[in-house]
Design a protein around this ligand. Structure first.
Ligand code: PRX
Length: 645
């Protein structure tokens, strides 16, 4: 091994892991060399079909028209719920842990089945049909999971919108995929604070005339306004329907869900995943990466509004018949021991979270961790952004007490499931490295000219062959899917990330090479924040970049040129921050706004973001080539007035 910090698999872990190193090698090689046989066998093991497939894989990257398990019929909800009833009706499927530590609720597979059937019947009764899009805007409560599965059950396509998004962002997403129904809650509660979900939906729907149905879960006792005919309470509606509902027979390639994500340009993209391939990748990765065994209590602390929640709270664990914990709260409420208390309370064995949460908790010292037992834990996971070695070591030594391997899983909304990750108990670990590719994933690094880099090196990360949970399209705009992912390097899927590969073939994700930034594990397009800023009447132009932040990973730095005659002031700065929160959501708020009378542009008018990034990062002694600048004095001015000293 080339790195000094290597954590070899300990023999105790290896003794009970599902496979060993040779097993991984064998399965990996087959998955790459003979994907049809490999994935056919795995599909038989992991999924139940109503009708078998005629061909495992067809299509290719050139038109982004891949199809997995052609002609097969199945239902994702049936696979996650009904299939388990004969053996595990009484087993806990979901453990709900509320924001208030006094609130928790176990939900068995039998309960889950009844709740999902009822909601599916309500949807049908309210006119939702196979292929219709349903927007889900929910707090982290069991009904959010019921809602996703109820859609899957009747063949409706869910589009979950994270509960932190603003009314405008909800509206854009509803309109883009023409959702005509919404499932929400009157309010959400996080960290003791109330979130006005139904009010946000009402504001969004003022501009969504096609929405005819809003189902509202009563999470708090607060009254909210109701529109007659359009809005119903969830608890009233489910009381009036049957608790049995047959699962719709779906084609393997029928859409399962849309999830919006930020790109480098334009409005967010509706990433579309289909049924069989997505479900298979979610299930197999959940099993092998987390070395999932019967009896494990699995906790992924993400929100169901992001892909991590889709794949590792809902579809992966439930497809495997696991017990999955749904947490409504935040890591620091009521205090900084909360995560670890939840682990003790529910005897969590596998815990999966984001580096940003770890860094925030690490900054509060070891005492809140050490005040808890954590003896149930046997495995830890990380996702969403690069984990810095300091946070890794803290997670390993303090949280896991050197007993639990850490799986650092690299993947994306578009990949549907983990792509590069250690397998717990199989892969030797290096802090900060996502290590090796998962089954069926063949990564390469390309140089700027698109040549493959062999051996150790650094380049743009691409994937060379299709995997089952590959993005199928951008909803309503297939060309955008082709252009974004399959055109920069013909024949490859381009991830938008750069990475390094070391002498052992281990991958180290460096970060995005496009104008996407990752703030506290939330993916944000700088173009979206710029568009929000320029909507403000006092803003003439804006350029947004990321800059390194100790806790958030990256933070938002906005350069704003005001309209002629508008005075710069701190009050205006605050107003603009609030304005962005209103347009997108609080999580997209700029951390720093620098008023910039001019922006560095080339003679053809293109903003030189590279320079803005350097100024934001305070790396001004090496700005690189500035010879193409139309007016070099702009840069001097920006440096003199920078805010992150
Ligand atoms: O830059 C990579 C980073 O997050 C991006 C994907 O964001 P999103 O679609 O929101 O999905 C996040 C959850 C899967 C990637 O392009 N990223 C994700 N996981 C890691 C990561 N960067 C480094 N290490 C990771 N483990």
């Amino acid at each position: 091994m080339s790195q000094s910090h290597v954590y070899p698999v300990n023999p105790e872990q290896a003794s009970h892991s599902l496979i060993d190193k040779a097993g991984y090698q064998r399965m990996y090689e087959q998955s790459i060399n003979d994907p049809e046989t490999f994935w056919g066998e795995q599909a038989e093991q992991f999924l139940g079909f109503f009708q078998p497939w005629s061909k495992v894989l067809s299509g290719d990257f050139s038109k982004a028209d891949v199809s997995w398990f052609k002609d097969a019929k199945l239902n994702a909800c049936w696979n996650c719920v009904d299939r388990h009833l004969p053996q595990r009706a009484d087993q806990t499927a979901l453990i709900w842990e509320g924001d208030d530590p006094a609130d928790s609720l176990p939900i068995t597979y039998r309960d889950l089945h009844l709740a999902v059937c009822r909601l599916a019947n309500v949807l049908k009764q309210r006119g939702v049909k196979k292929g219709d899009r349903v927007c889900i805007y929910m707090p982290m409560i069991p009904e959010a999971v019921y809602a996703m599965l109820a859609c899957a059950r009747i063949g409706a396509i869910h589009s979950v919108v994270f509960g932190g998004f603003s009314p405008d962002a909800i509206k854009d997403r509803i309109l883009d995929s023409d959702c005509q129904s919404v499932i929400t809650a009157n309010q959400g509660i996080r960290g003791g604070k109330v979130i006005a979900l139904k009010d946000n939906v009402d504001k969004a729907l003022a501009n969504c005339p096609n929405v005819h149905s809003v189902i509202v879960v009563k999470r708090t006792n607060a009254e909210v306004s109701f529109k007659q005919g359009r809005d119903v309470w969830y608890h009233d509606a489910i009381d009036q329907v049957d608790d049995q509902c047959a699962a719709e027979v779906m084609d393997a390639e029928d859409p399962l869900f849309i999830l919006y994500t930020s790109g480098s340009t334009g409005k967010p993209k509706g990433v579309l995943h289909t049924t069989a391939g997505y479900l298979l990748s979610a299930a197999i990765s959940h099993k092998y990466i987390f070395d999932y065994h019967e009896g494990d209590v699995f906790w992924c602390s993400a929100d169901v509004g992001w892909v991590t929640g889709h794949s590792y709270i809902v579809y992966g664990p439930l497809c495997n018949g696991a017990t999955s914990l749904v947490f409504e709260g935040v890591p620091t409420y009521p205090d900084a021991s909360r995560f670890w208390q939840v682990i003790d309370k529910h005897q969590v064995t596998i815990f999966y979270t984001a580096p940003t949460a770890l860094r925030a908790l690490m900054s509060m010292g070891n005492e809140p961790v050490q005040a808890t037992s954590r003896q149930s834990l046997r495995l830890l996971g990380s996702v969403g952004e690069p984990i810095n070695p300091e946070a890794w070591e803290w997670y390993y030594n303090v949280v896991g007490e050197q007993r639990c391997p850490i799986v650092d899983t690299w993947w994306q909304t578009e990949t549907g499931a983990s792509m590069i990750s250690p397998l717990a108990g199989v892969t030797d670990l290096k802090p900060g490295s996502a290590t090796l590719p998962f089954f069926g994933v063949k990564p390469e690094l390309l140089d700027a000219d698109g040549n493959i880099i062999t051996g150790a090196g650094k380049g743009n990360l691409v994937i060379t062959q299709s995997w089952p949970s590959q993005i199928r399209t951008v909803f309503g705009d297939h060309q955008r899917c082709v252009d974004t992912y399959f055109t920069a390097y013909p024949g490859y899927y381009f991830t938008g990330d750069s990475a390094r590969r070391d002498e052992d073939g281990y991958y180290w994700i460096i970060g995005r090479v496009d104008d996407v930034i990752n703030v506290s594990g939330h993916r944000l397009g700088t173009a979206e924040i710029e568009s929000a800023l320029v909507l403000h009447p006092k803003v003439a132009e804006a350029a947004v970049v990321g800059f390194p932040h100790d806790i958030k990973g990256q933070a938002v730095y906005a350069y704003v040129t005001l309209m002629l005659g508008v005075e710069e002031s701190d009050a205006l700065r605050k107003e603009l921050v609030a304005f962005v929160a209103g347009e997108i959501g609080a999580f997209a708020r700029p951390d720093i706004i620098q008023f910039a009378p001019g922006l560095p542009k080339t003679r053809s008018g293109k903003i030189m973001r590279r320079i803005l990034r350097k100024i934001a990062a305070n790396e001004t002694d090496n700005l690189g080539d500035t010879s193409t600048l139309a007016d070099p004095s702009v840069v001097e001015q920006l440096i003199a007035n920078r805010h992150n000293r």
